[in-house]
Design a protein around this ligand. Structure first.
Ligand code: DGJ
Length: 711
């Protein structure tokens, strides 16, 4: 029998709680000992078979009892006792709407008044589960939390393969896969603000075999937390795997007062029996509909000035760039770093952060003339800010050294010559909110912010938190969200790009406030194919800002074709383009705008991985959900001479086998090679079974094809 909503468990009968979607079941079981077990996680099961399921492993393992491996929770009671034994108390299932259910299971210790509530949100059609927990107690004095996972999942399979995404500045999200054997593998970060420089907050898990695109059991997991995260994968002596996901408890023991509730971030996952391709598409659909700010809204194309000017510009030059943006035909001009600070002018990255007043040398009349000139040219205006940070050389630092995360008695350590403001302090939250609020009040026409974050938390000490220093990493993020909530409430229609010295901040909690993120400062298009490929496992294309720049020696066509796979932008001197290149770009932008419903809202199919073989080719496509319209991208990167792949066709996916599709090659440029199938009509069946010969042995050759269903 399934436990019904909100019933107390009576007696010792085993009972089951189903947390399921249309295709996945997570089955929890209350055992005779009153404890909660995970009996099953996998493809959907008939309810009548639950009775055959094994008891499984404890769903949220507490420290101190009979378990020998990584616990989900470890606490210290105020009498010095470190044990916890959690028993089922009650649960509730709430039907939020026809697609979403919310299940809460309350567990409690019978000896100490500690309660843990497990939360599960299940998105039926998108097959996504979000899990988090809440910890509270009514002991007289505070309880210390040493570990506090958002969720724990258990697997009993023959083999496990973990894919991680690691990197550095300008080489983000490199995909690497490894088998998991006995012991632990930890993916974590201790960087605080610029949390994901080395490791992105997501992973793929292949069950029984390495992950494949279209086959096999696989799980994509991630955490909605912009700060320190940790995923621990531990295989025991019987080859069971437990995965615990949450805030990284490193340096973060949390003193919980009586009655206070500690809420963990959400662990988000999608389980697929047809490989990670399906899991990505489900996550993308879910993200657009439920998680990402403006997830179902359009995006603006833009021209950014960072690559073109760096810190060196003035009003006149900016107006010149506006002319270029207008000529190009983008929607917005984005003014980057360097426009502010006077006592310590922001002419390099060494000073000025914190002083958000227009620099009088560069902008003697403020931003208004530039904004007016943009408006006159039919362009929106966007502005770069980095409001969480401060330069040592700044008036802000001079006025408020106590607002800075820094040791009171040690020499300061700088990362990119800057430090982090203490967002655990409500006054600092007010100040950071005020940066946006003041700019928006003075210049209501600002239509977009690029919100940068170039430093991790260094010199980890908060004057505000006094003796509770180990709360800093967590309270910082809570302060950040509180402040972003205020911005969101006051400026609900203000889009912002999340940037962190490239793509070091990209998680689904931050994306509740930011419709898109900057994937990398590396815009060399070959590198970008890998970087965008890496992010594509998790994020829909409309979240990934991709710009055409002067990085790389490839043709403008190749660069444009790569940037077409995300939210298209430019960061290039338009005046440096030849007439032919300008005409090509103008046409490309018109094409992109027309194709936005396919590229930004469509289903993604990764066809040929750049990681396969000698990393010579890549192909992916987007298909509108009704399968009437698709766009295919194919790239020859650096193939070897005469390699046989040139003869192999790219088989398409996601089409209707019964319909016919006309192929039109887009982004054609004089001198660039074209495909032979341009203008031909094929059945969807043929395209998926035989495919199209899109690859060659040329270097840096690219094709964009539009597929339209024939009436
Ligand atoms: C790092 C960002 O990734 C760049 O795009 C640029 O905005 C610089 N910061 C500005 O300092």
């Amino acid at each position: 029998m399934l436990l019904s909503s909100g019933l107390m468990l009576r007696g010792a009968d085993p009972q089951w709680i189903r947390v399921g979607t249309d295709s996945t079941d997570l089955i929890l079981r209350v055992a005779e000992n009153g404890r909660l077990y995970q009996s099953y996680l996998g493809a959907r099961l008939p309810e009548r078979d639950y009775a055959h399921l094994p008891q499984g492993a404890e769903a949220y393992v507490p420290h101190g009892m009979e378990d020998y491996f990584e616990p989900a929770i470890r606490v210290l009671h105020n009498d010095g006792d470190p044990s916890l034994l959690l028993k089922y108390r009650e649960h509730q299932v709430r039907q939020v709407d026809d697609n979403v259910t919310e299940t809460t299971v309350v567990l409690a210790d019978e000896v100490y008044p500690v309660t843990v509530t497990l939360h599960y949100m299940a998105f039926q059609r998108e097959n996504v589960l979000k899990c988090s927990s809440e910890i509270t107690h009514t002991e007289k004095r505070p309880v210390v939390l040493y570990q506090y996972a958002s969720s724990m999942l258990h697997f009993s399979r023959d083999h496990y393969w973990l894919t991680e995404f690691s990197g550095e500045w300008a080489t983000e999200v490199n995909r690497a896969e490894q088998p998991l054997y006995f012991g632990k593998k930890v993916l974590d970060t201790k960087l605080g603000t610029r949390a994901g420089i080395f490791c992105s907050p997501f992973f793929l898990l292949g069950l029984d075999r390495p992950v494949q695109e279209n086959q096999g059991d696989a799980l994509i997991g991630t955490i909605g937390w912009t700060g320190n995260f940790r995923f621990t994968f531990e295989v025991d002596q019987f080859n069971n795997l437990r995965l615990s996901a949450g805030i990284n408890p490193y340096g973060s023991e949390y003193t919980l007062r009586s009655g206070e509730v500690f809420r963990t971030p959400e662990f988000i996952f999608c389980y697929s029996t047809h490989g990670v391709g399906e899991a990505s598409r489900n996550l993308h659909r879910w993200a657009r509909r439920y998680q990402v700010k403006d997830g179902e809204k359009e995006r603006m194309t833009l021209l950014n000035n960072w690559e073109a000017t760096g810190f060196g510009f003035n009003e006149e030059q900016l107006i010149g760039l506006l002319d270029e943006a207008q000529k190009l035909g983008v929607d917005m001009f984005l003014l980057d770093d360097g426009w502010f600070a006077n006592k310590y002018p922001r002419n390099s990255d060494t000073q000025g952060l914190g002083d958000w007043q227009e620099n009088r040398e560069k902008l003697p009349h403020g931003l208004q003339p530039v904004i007016d000139a943009a408006t006159k040219r039919g362009l929106k205006f966007g502005l770069w800010i980095e409001p969480e940070m401060v330069s040592h050389q700044s008036e802000l630092y001079e006025k408020h050294p106590d607002w800075v995360i820094r040791f009171p008695n040690r020499e300061e350590y700088y990362y990119r010559h800057q430090m982090v403001l203490d967002l655990s302090n409500p006054k600092v939250q007010d100040y950071v909110f005020g940066v946006v609020d003041d700019l928006k009040s003075r210049y209501p026409q600002i239509a977009y912010f690029k919100w940068d974050c170039n430093s991790p938390i260094t010199n980890i000490y908060s004057t505000y938190l006094k003796e509770q220093q180990s709360h800093l990493y967590i309270d910082y993020m809570r302060g950040l969200y509180r402040m972003l909530d205020r911005i969101q409430a006051k400026y609900p229609d203000l889009p912002m790009m999340l940037c962190s010295g490239g793509g070091a901040r990209c998680d689904y909690e931050a994306l509740r406030y930011f419709p898109e993120f900057w994937a990398s400062d590396n815009t060399e298009p070959l590198e970008r194919i890998f970087i965008q490929w890496g992010f594509s496992y998790l994020f829909p294309s409309k979240c990934v800002a991709a710009h055409v720049t002067s990085w790389g020696r490839q043709s403008l066509k190749f660069k444009t074709d790569v940037a077409f796979m995300g939210r298209l932008g430019y960061d290039i001197r338009v005046s440096g383009m030849s007439e032919q290149e300008l005409a090509f770009s103008q046409e490309a932008i018109r094409t992109y705008k027309r194709l936005m419903p396919v590229i930004l809202e469509g289903d993604l199919y990764r066809l040929v991985s750049p990681y396969d073989g000698n990393r010579d080719h890549a192909a992916m496509m987007y298909t509108e959900p009704d399968r009437a319209h698709a766009v295919v991208f194919a790239f020859d990167m650096t193939p070897r001479w005469g390699e046989y792949l040139s003869l192999r066709s790219v088989r398409l996916q996601g089409l209707d086998p019964a319909r016919n599709y006309r192929i039109t090659e887009l982004n054609r440029m004089e001198g660039a090679s074209t495909v032979g199938c341009d203008g031909q009509v094929y059945s969807g069946d043929y395209l998926m079974k035989v495919g199209l010969p899109l690859f060659s042995t040329g270097t840096y050759v690219s094709h964009v094809l539009e597929l339209t269903v024939e009436p």
